[in-house]
Design a protein around this ligand. Structure first.
Ligand SMILES: [Zn+2]
Length: 216
């Protein structure tokens, strides 16, 4: 049987994080190599993870490729195929894994998962083991960019180790200390279109820490 095509944002085992040295100073994080640093800063001065490798190998459904996640999330394109995400009178279409940390309305949920088109919303739960354990389809009228998710470094002299998967708002003083991996939007004025709940699977339990939409 032909292997189904993995979603656009799903990384492959051939894609790697570029091994660059991170320097933590009082002013924040930077890359030791100024050329890498300049390449990785966005217009707001946020430092982003740099990607390397090729789109070859097995898909890792528990992850989101940093470059393609950011591209689709910023441009509101489909996570599955990079075409424009679906819109109707109730807003833009989002497909999220079930979580036990959000309200039933899913109002105000913060997520790193980009929106989808109609065709990908239909086929993604079959293709993606991470959605098979249950998912919700939402229509969303407002999806404001609110921050990033990435590796949050302790300030110089502070105890602790870098925290992966930290969600840091654009208004947070921690923003200078994070190496961003994913863009995060807050979904508001939401309408639940459908809700598919099945017994949690191994896949869902794996999925939730890696890709969780972060409830306030
Ligand atoms: Zn699509």
């Amino acid at each position: 049987m032909k292997e189904p095509v993995a979603p656009y944002v799903t990384p492959r085992t051939g894609e790697l994080r570029l091994p660059v040295q991170v320097v933590v100073a009082v002013a924040g994080v930077s890359y030791a190599d100024p050329a890498h640093d300049a390449l990785a800063r966005d217009v707001d001065g946020v430092l982003w993870e740099l990607c390397a490798g090729t789109t070859t190998g097995r898909p890792d459904y528990a992850e989101l490729h940093p470059g393609r996640q950011r591209e689709t999330m910023e441009n509101l394109r489909c996570a599955g195929c990079n075409e424009p995400a679906a819109r109707d009178g109730r807003g833009m279409l989002w497909l999220l894994p079930l979580l036990d940390t959000v309200t039933t309305s899913w109002e105000g949920v913060r997520t790193a998962i980009p929106p989808v088109c109609e065709a990908c919303a239909e086929k993604s739960p079959r293709l993606c083991p991470e959605l098979r354990g249950g998912h919700v389809q939402l229509r969303v009228r407002e999806a404001e960019p609110v921050g990033v998710r990435g590796m949050l470094h302790p300030r110089p002299g502070e105890p602790g180790v870098p925290e992966p998967g930290a969600v840091v708002g654009y208004d947070s003083p921690d923003l200078s200390f994070v190496v961003a991996r994913h863009a995060v939007r807050e979904l508001r004025r939401t309408t639940v279109v459908s809700f598919t709940a099945v017994a949690p699977t191994q896949g869902l339990r794996r999925y939730v820490p890696a890709l969780r939409a972060v409830a306030r």
